[in-house]
Write a protein that binds this ligand. Structure first.
Ligand code: DC
Length: 245
């Protein structure tokens, strides 16, 4: 990597910044189950439009990591609720280099382990955890001067019900499992498919703000689309909303 952006990169990013500064701030909620291309799409759309980016799944993973690291029994919702306020979770919202720390420790790697992935649904179902993380998400969205793309499961329904644009990404279980096992570098597709279905069922059936499509969300089925096509589709929808503001 060169130490400075090339003149072309610099020109493009200056143009993006200028466009974001002159356009009204826009709040975009992108929800859907895992493996639908949510993170890649959200980051690329935010970068392309000069917006901030927030991965809310990373926040739930971070609090889960803290629970596991501190020996909290994740099968006991009251034990989780009792300490839900303790960890300090900080999200960096630059789409080209999103970060997440817990009590000052970079947990970008540890939150992606199998152990955290298998426990995050139980921790994120606890109402005290959701209240805490939802408050963090709303304050980050409110402080994003040029606007923000927030990705998750309950953003359009609960966290930001007044978002300017709500997108709900879907894909067939087969497409999602194939993508996820590619990301996990060769993991067994069938095992990945079963794990995804199990996690979706838990995320969709919990009592507090389950994974759900908002009534006013635009549904995009990504099964047969390339990532670039999904990004273009969402960028067009955001630009239309901005033009109408
Ligand atoms: O997007 P992800 O796979 O990193 O999300 C991890 C878990 O976090 C997911 O299984 C459910 C939970 N989650 C949630 O409950 N609400 C959100 N807004 C985002 C994620």
């Amino acid at each position: 990597m060169p130490p400075y952006p090339s003149p072309r990169t610099r020109k493009v990013s200056v143009t993006v910044e200028k466009a974001a500064r002159t356009a009204p701030a826009v709040i975009v909620a992108i929800d859907g189950p895992s493996g639908t291309g949510k993170s890649s799409t959200s980051k690329a759309v935010a970068a392309q439009l000069g917006l901030s980016y927030l991965d809310t799944g990373a926040q739930y993973r971070a609090i889960t990591w803290w629970m596991v690291s501190n020996g909290i029994d994740v099968a006991d919702p009251s034990a989780i609720a009792a300490v839900a306020e303790k960890p300090e979770i900080v999200s960096g919202t630059d789409p080209s280099a999103p970060t997440i720390t817990v009590d000052g420790t970079d947990v970008g790697g540890p939150i992606r382990t199998q152990e955290v992935t298998s426990k995050v649904s139980a921790v994120s179902a606890v109402p005290e955890v959701r209240a805490r993380i939802t408050e963090l998400q709303r304050s980050l969205a409110a402080s994003a001067v040029y606007g923000i793309v927030v990705e998750g499961r309950d953003i359009g329904t609960t966290v930001l019900p007044d978002a300017d644009l709500k997108i709900f990404l879907t894909a067939s279980p087969e497409a999602r499992a194939a993508r996820r096992s590619g990301e996990l570098k060769g993991a067994d597709v069938n095992a990945t498919r079963e794990a995804l279905i199990k996690r979706d069922a838990a995320d969709s059936s919990r009592k507090t703000s389950p994974l759900a499509k908002a009534d006013d969300a635009v549904e995009v089925d990504t099964s047969d689309l390339t990532l670039q096509q999904v990004i273009e589709c969402v960028v067009t929808l955001v630009e239309e909303k901005r033009a109408a503001k």
